[in-house]
Design a protein around this ligand. Sequence first.
Ligand SMILES: Nc1ncnc2c1ncn2[C@@H]1O[C@H](COP(=O)(O)OP(=O)(O)O)[C@@H](O)[C@H]1O
Ligand SMILES: [Mg+2]
Length: 143
Amino acid sequence: MELKRIAVCVDFSSITPKVVEWAGEEAKRFGARVELIHVIEETIPRLAQEMLEIHTLYDKLKDVTKRRLEDLKEDMVKDYGVEVETRILRGEPFDAILDYLEETSPDLAVVGAHGKKGVKRILLGSTSEKVVRKSPVSVTVIK
Ligand SMILES: Nc1ncnc2c1ncn2[C@@H]1O[C@H](COP(=O)(O)OP(=O)(O)O)[C@@H](O)[C@H]1O
Ligand SMILES: [Mg+2]
């Protein structure tokens, strides 16, 4: 398998450092480029956001997210010497991730088995479960 582009899904939960470490080592080993992806969840419908001028709140959230992704990127470049790009998506995490994978077809996607809810007794979180089930590309799940 050619491994040139790895899409790494991060939600800034406790598993994120492990996801990033695995992806960094793998990218280094194969000389692959990393795409760090975070989806800002849309809990309020878009139209309501516009009416209530919540978009300013979203813009702030985007700035903070951008900074957090850039920090992760810097660490990865430093620790593994790999090329990293960052992507901020918006919407329902599993939907946005699947659209991204369909549109850009990376060679591999990486997700954590759990995320912010972190219910350890279930096999996979709801986002990773749907990504694994429907992804058009291979997915590595980090436990
Ligand atoms: N908003 C998000 N943006 C990017 N990746 C996400 C997002 N939410 C979840 N993921 C990915 O899915 C993994 C599992 O999260 P999830 O299924 O949401 O578990 P939980 O139900 O514990 O929150 C995360 O470790 C991450 O890789
Ligand atoms: Mg979650």
